[in-house]
Design a protein around this ligand. Structure first.
Ligand SMILES: Nc1ncnc2c1ncn2[C@@H]1O[C@H](COP(=O)(O)OP(=O)(O)O)[C@@H](O)[C@H]1O
Ligand SMILES: O=P(O)(O)O[C@H]1O[C@H](CO)[C@@H](O[C@H]2O[C@H](CO)[C@@H](O)[C@H](O)[C@H]2O)[C@H](O)[C@H]1O
Length: 467
């Protein structure tokens, strides 16, 4: 690393800075140390800093920070390099021109798809760019109205499912309701191990995500009777799964839902639950007082949740498992006014990479979307300050329409369990696990939102013990 940078970076108070970043996923943990692993120079525009964050009670993580030294009021300070047009242009250039930039511990490599290489040649002048200010776990840049670049914040060694799946759909032309894959930036460590730092795709003009358009409709009580959009979304979701199920090669071929998988699923579900319970205990005092009683109630249900998984993962379930979206919700769908485009195949950001790349029942995605209808309803109810029967009824209608269209479109697919009872059991297990995951995600990322999934878990438990 450049010694001047190393000295300047050593003066930055990263631990404090991270707590204020939306994309930092360690807010519920106590930090035990932060170390700069590398600062990869991006021409003279700035650098990409790899930061190792250590926790007292969780596995260390690596984060990516684009940084630039600037003079502010006569002093040299580090700023967010993404705010700088020159830096953003340099990132795009690395991909379109397939640049390779050496650093002390490895090499930064730009990878460009054939289709984007042609576009790059046509591009006479630099495209104006801007950073998107949207609700997300990473950071994104829009170049003119053509390219969309996502800079990943939490980095892991290994293949990135977002890149993998979008490249798969684009190369096979098997599902058109996704952005076109354009390229990536990787950091190939000298000691082995590659991390994906950024993804480039086509920009998809849109009216917002289905999350924002759904909330808008709900808040204005406008078009609430219509189940057409939920049906279309169910159909597109099934088409996405059918395209993924048709894949071959070790990464895509469908696999059996056998005992060893069932055991790893049960283990993963148990781990998520135990993680959630420990986080809840840790953060209890920070939760608003009126929510603490519900959180305490949830803490008493640990054994019940674990038992429920065991009985729900039925040994009779005879379906296949495939690559899935992995973190499917209304915010992962662009509303293109009349249709939908599905984005963000990275999987649940809080899970380790090997779990995100596993093959699963696509009912996990279905459960994710059903939970999202619930989130939308309770977000509106929270804003309005009280229960609203109309909104809750809407959620039920949308969920039914979505599920019905999904099952009709995927009818006969090997990834659907054979009987309706098996399907319901598996879906219920996925719904419970998703809500449990969401409590962890919110405590770590957006503590103010934790009440929504927390109440969601309690409702799922109450409903199934009543039924
Ligand atoms: N290809 C695209 N074209 C236009 N906008 C996009 C595209 N992909 C994502 N977006 C916008 O960027 C936001 C964040 O993208 P997403 O992939 O969900 O990032 P994250 O992994 O950080 O959650 C989306 O909610 C959407 O508003
Ligand atoms: O989109 P990401 O990959 O960043 O997913 C993470 O963040 C999501 C929030 O941005 C989070 O989704 C949860 O909140 C949504 C509303 O903002 C809601 O629609 C989803 O149903 C709910 O799960 C997601 O869980 C997390 O992985």
């Amino acid at each position: 690393m450049n010694p001047a940078w190393a000295a300047a970076l050593s003066r930055v108070s990263f631990a404090e800075h991270l707590q204020g970043c939306r994309w930092f996923g360690g807010k519920a943990q106590s930090l035990s140390g932060v170390e700069v692993l590398e600062a990869i120079s991006v021409g003279d525009a700035g650098c990409l800093v790899l930061l190792r964050v250590e926790y007292t009670e969780a596995t260390a993580e690596t984060y990516l920070l684009p940084m630039r030294l600037a003079w502010v009021d006569g002093a040299e300070v580090w700023t967010d390099a993404l705010e700088d047009e020159k830096f953003r242009a340099a990132l795009l250039e690395i991909i379109l021109e397939e640049r390779r930039l050496c650093s002390a511990t490895g090499e930064l490599v730009g990878i460009c798809s054939a289709a984007f290489k042609t576009q790059a040649k046509e591009m006479a002048e630099q495209l104006p760019s801007r950073v998107l200010s949207v609700e997300q776990s990473n950071s994104s840049v829009l170049y003119g109205d053509r390219f969309f670049l996502k800079l990943y914040r939490r980095l892991e060694v290994g293949g990135n499912p977002d890149v993998e799946l979008l490249r798969y759909f684009t190369e096979r032309n098997s599902f058109e309701h996704v952005p076109g894959y354009g390229g990536a930036i990787e950091f190939q460590g000298a000691e082995g191990g590659t991390r994906v730092l950024a993804l480039l795709v086509t920009n998809v003009p849109n009216a917002g995500t289905a999350w924002t358009t759904t909330l808008r409709r709900l808040e204005r009580k406008n078009g609430m009777g219509e189940s057409g959009p939920a049906r279309l979304l169910g159909e597109r979701t099934a088409q996405m799964h059918l395209a993924l199920a048709a894949g071959d090669g070790p990464e895509f071929t469908a696999e059996a839902f056998d005992d060893s998988y069932r055991e790893s699923l049960r283990r993963m579900m148990a781990e998520t639950t135990q993680r959630m319970m420990r986080l809840l205990e840790l953060r209890m005092a920070d939760l608003p007082r009126q929510i603490q009683a519900e959180a305490a109630r949830l803490l008493r249900h640990e054994d019940e949740i674990l038992q429920r998984y065991a009985s729900l993962i039925d040994p009779e379930v005879g379906a296949t498992r495939i690559r899935i979206h992995g973190d499917y919700h209304l915010g992962q769908v662009l509303d293109t006014e009349g249709d939908f485009v599905i984005i963000d195949f990275e999987g649940e950001p809080a899970r380790p990479l090997h779990e995100r790349r596993m093959k699963h029942s696509p009912l996990r995605d279905v459960a994710g979307m059903l939970r999202s209808f619930d989130y939308a309803a309770y977000t509106v109810i929270a804003k309005q300050g009280g229960e609203d029967a109309g909104v809750l009824e809407w959620t039920e209608r949308m969920s039914e329409a979505f599920l019905d269209a999904y099952l009709r479109t995927a009818h006969g697919a090997a990834f659907l369990p054979e009987s309706e009872m098996q399907m319901r059991k598996l879906l219920d297990a996925c719904l419970l696990e998703k809500a449990v995951y969401e409590v962890c995600y919110e405590l770590n990322n957006r503590p103010d939102w934790a009440v929504i999934p927390l109440r969601g878990v309690l409702r799922i438990l109450d409903e199934s013990s009543a039924g």
